[in-house]
Ligand binder design. Structure first.
Ligand SMILES: Cc1cc2nc3c(=O)[nH]c(=O)nc-3n(C[C@H](O)[C@H](O)[C@H](O)COP(=O)(O)O)c2cc1C
Length: 212
């Protein structure tokens, strides 16, 4: 029974374009895997329950990353809150991130989740002078939409701090291969072009869900 971890940040609700990719992908994925289990992290709501990375969270992080792993009660409590999130990643066969571009990067909700799950000893380690991701053997998918066109060779390409960042983080944790479907440009080439580009991307998302 494959398990998909569905990490999404879709604050626009039903009007979200990225949600259309998300729905197409998962409809196809569930059709392919009738016994598949989807665990959803709905960051537009669930961000409220995530650790905030205050002094205690960071102290626990640094002790586990650079120290010998001795945590006091408060540190252990904070660390345990993080392991609940990283356990979801370890349990998954497939990790699907669904997010729009915000200010050339990702919404803050998703960054907050990333700050929680990228943890030494939990999802990566530093061994022999090298970083090693601990989530190998798991595939990843990024589904996104954005108003501009940022593909390589375009005038906006250098402003894309979203997809390169997400690829880097997922790859750093050991996830591979990383599949992508990006609906673009949603607005900057006109409304009609945006509608057409979204239709193409929805079909790609559906095909990818059927493949994986
Ligand atoms: C706060 C905010 C910032 C945005 N920043 C960018 C941006 O830097 N570049 C861009 O191309 N689109 C930007 N957009 C537009 C969205 O990426 C685009 O409309 C996307 O399709 C929205 O996805 P959604 O419908 O799933 O919410 C921004 C939208 C919002 C709400």
């Amino acid at each position: 029974m494959p398990i998909a971890l569905d990490v999404n940040v879709l604050p626009r609700g039903k009007t979200s374009r990225t949600r259309k990719l998300h729905e197409a992908f998962f409809a196809a994925w569930h059709a392919k895997h009738p016994d598949g289990q989807r665990i959803s992290v709905n960051l537009a709501e669930d961000y409220r329950t995530l650790p905030v990375f205050d002094e205690w969270d960071i102290t626990a992080k640094f002790e586990m990353l650079y120290g010998e792993g001795h945590l006091d009660d408060k540190g252990a409590e904070r660390w345990n809150a993080l392991t609940q999130l990283t356990d979801q990643l370890h349990a998954a066969d497939l990790v699907v991130i669904s997010t729009p571009m915000w200010n050339f990067s990702i919404p803050w909700h998703l960054k907050r989740w990333i700050d929680c799950v990228v943890q030494g000893r939990l999802t990566f380690e530093f061994v022999g002078g090298q970083f090693q991701g601990l989530l190998t053997g798991r595939k990843a998918v990024i589904l996104s939409s954005r108003d501009g066109l940022y593909t390589p060779g375009t005038s906006l390409a250098a402003l894309d701090f979203q997809m390169p960042y997400l690829r880097t983080i997922l790859g750093f944790l050991g996830l591979a291969p990383i599949h992508e479907v990006v609906a673009e440009p949603m607005m900057l080439a006109g409304v009609e072009a945006g509608i057409a580009a979204l239709e193409v991307a929805v079909e790609k998302a559906r095909a990818l869900g059927s493949e994986l």
